[in-house]
Design a protein around this ligand. Structure first.
Ligand code: FAD
Length: 504
């Protein structure tokens, strides 16, 4: 069936009506012969081109050409028409007054009853303004993209389903650095964990300002960002929303990399912590030295007291003198007891033992490096907080790690590995400190928590109070410390606390 015979209107209209409809159409319409010579042009053709019908009839459509349209465009146009197919495209035209305009042209072959192409129907409209608007939008887009790309901040615009609509260079650098294809999602997961469920139904829930987030990267130091998320009203691009425009919502995430600042703060914090711990340790040593001195002084005084009791019957005068001396000594001992520095008050707070251990590792790093100790740090990925005294807990773990380093720092000792592990077991947090030193003898294990018990000779450096103090801190927190043998050789110290603070 030919294309011409396929044309079968359901209602037969008078031919004059077709002609009038074409004449009055608000689209430049022309009908040409097979060589594009114009046979008919409607009123809109005159309005768009400026040519009166008598000025174009008999002339080729090429009279409209501005002569700047590339030849390939015409070649493509004629290739399609020669194949009997319609062609749509844009051509640069010149009006009768010489002005140029961009024409959106649609050319359809008109078939003769025998199926051959007898004429062409050309329709075009001036889309110069549309093109200018397109360019403006494009330029605007380029401008925004360049400004965003030049900005050191990270920008990511997410649509209502969380899809990435727009992002800048800084965002792509961030993705590369973190080896994460979608760092915007990782940040949202950290700062607003239920954002995926909420974004469509309650987008305001997903907004925040100046929140800090940490993103870990494989094999590298974590990076820190200050992030804000705000809502942006977007025009709905779905065509079914044309008449009942329901605006869509986008979530604009802006982030600034504050890793360097954070590292500086961390250094200052570690230095301050180091100073606090050193001070605590110094005061504790004074306290324990004085307690030890008092303890040791009381022993001979008790002996003297027994001797005085025996002497009282045989030589009351000497006994009385000794009693006076004993009383005077007691007064001095009490005075000494008075000057023992009390334990500093420390308030309880929610503490994360992973952070406490990380702090302690930072503090002992110089000592680890100096002794060539390799650390295997295995924190539980998520560890609930417990209620405790952070400084005291740091002292506890520092004492354990100091002991482990010391155990492995003997001359010629080859195995210098320290493994620190945290995990949650039911309602308890379990921390293990395992070294590859010589380990503890059974006798040493039994007595290690006794105050002033030490196997080390350090010219007064070792009071033997580190473990007893650590034990005291553990029991103050309802926990315990267990000393054992590391299956790989060395000492294995296990510390356990209940999350609710009750005794384990
Ligand atoms: P031309 O020599 O006319 O043609 C350029 C190339 O097209 C040639 O290399 C040739 O291979 C091919 N070609 C030309 N005529 C034919 C043909 N009859 N059969 C097969 N191949 C052919 N052009 C405009 O610039 N603006 C318009 O608004 C416009 N409207 C048109 C409307 C209709 C209905 C038709 C049929 C054509 C229209 N044209 C229009 C195309 C126009 O006819 C010219 O082909 C074009 O302007 C290029 O003209 P030219 O003199 O540079 O080259």
């Amino acid at each position: 069936m030919s294309a011409a015979s396929a044309f079968s209107p359901q209602v037969s209209l008078p031919p004059e009506l077709y002609r009038q409809a074409v004449e009055e159409a608000d689209l430049a319409i022309s009908i040409t012969d097979r060589h594009a010579n114009i046979l008919y042009a409607n009123a809109a053709f005159t309005r768009v081109t400026g040519y009166q019908p008598e000025q174009v009839i008999g002339h080729n459509e090429s009279m409209l050409s501005h002569r700047t349209t590339p030849r390939e465009v015409y070649q493509e146009l004629w290739t399609r028409l020669a194949a009997g197919q319609p062609w749509n495209g844009r051509l640069l035209n010149r009006r009768q007054d010489g002005s140029v305009y961009l024409a959106e042209v649609s050319i359809t072959p008109v078939h003769a009853p025998d199926g051959s192409v007898s004429h062409y129907l050309g329709m075009h409209r001036d889309v110069t303004t549309l093109r200018q608007l397109e360019c403006m939008v494009n330029n605007q887009k380029q401008l925004i993209a360049s400004v965003l790309d030049a900005a050191p901040m990270v920008f990511a615009l997410l649509d209502g389903n969380g899809g990435l609509m727009l992002s800048n260079q800084a965002y792509h650098s961030m993705a590369r650095e973190l080896s994460n294809d979608n760092p915007a999602h990782a940040l949202m997961d950290t700062l607003c964990p239920d954002w995926r469920a909420q974004l469509a139904s309650d987008p305001a829930h997903c907004t925040f300002t100046d929140q800090e987030a940490r993103l870990d990267r494989p094999g590298g130091a974590p990076r820190w960002y200050t992030c804000s998320a705000q809502l942006i009203r977007l025009s709905n691009e779905a065509v079914d929303g044309f008449f009942c425009a329901q605006n869509a919502v986008g979530l604009l995430l802006t982030c600034t990399d504050i890793t360097a600042l954070r590292a500086e703060q961390e250094r200052a914090r570690t230095a301050a912590l180091k100073a606090i711990l050193a001070d605590e340790e110094r005061v504790a040593s004074i306290r324990e030295s004085l307690s030890a001195a008092l303890f040791r002084l009381e022993e001979p005084m008790n002996v003297i007291f027994s001797a005085v009791n025996l002497l009282r019957r045989r030589d009351p005068a000497s006994a009385s003198m000794l009693e006076d001396a004993l009383d005077a000594s007691r007064v001095h001992l009490d005075a000494l007891r008075e000057v023992i520095p009390p334990r500093g008050p420390e308030t309880m707070s929610n503490v994360n033992l992973n952070e406490i251990l990380r702090d302690v590792l930072d503090i002992v790093t110089p000592s680890l490096l100096a002794n060539g100790v390799v650390v295997d740090w295995l924190p539980a990925p998520t560890l609930p907080t417990m209620y405790g005294r952070s400084v005291q807990l740091r002292i506890l773990f520092k004492a354990l790690i100091d002991n482990a380093i010391e155990a492995m720092s003997g001359k010629g000792w080859a195995r210098r590995e320290l493994t620190l592990k945290t995990r949650q077991r039911d309602d308890c947090i379990v921390i293990t400190v395992a070294d590859r030193g010589p380990g503890m003898s059974p006798d040493c294990e039994l007595r290690a928590f006794e105050p002033f018990f030490t196997t080390k000779r350090g010219g007064g450096r070792h009071l033997g109070t580190g473990l007893s103090r650590a034990y005291q801190v553990a029991t103050d927190h309802g926990g315990y410390i267990d000393l054992g043998e590391n299956p790989g050789g060395g000492c294995l110290v296990t510390v356990e606390f209940r999350l609710d603070g009750d005794p384990v």
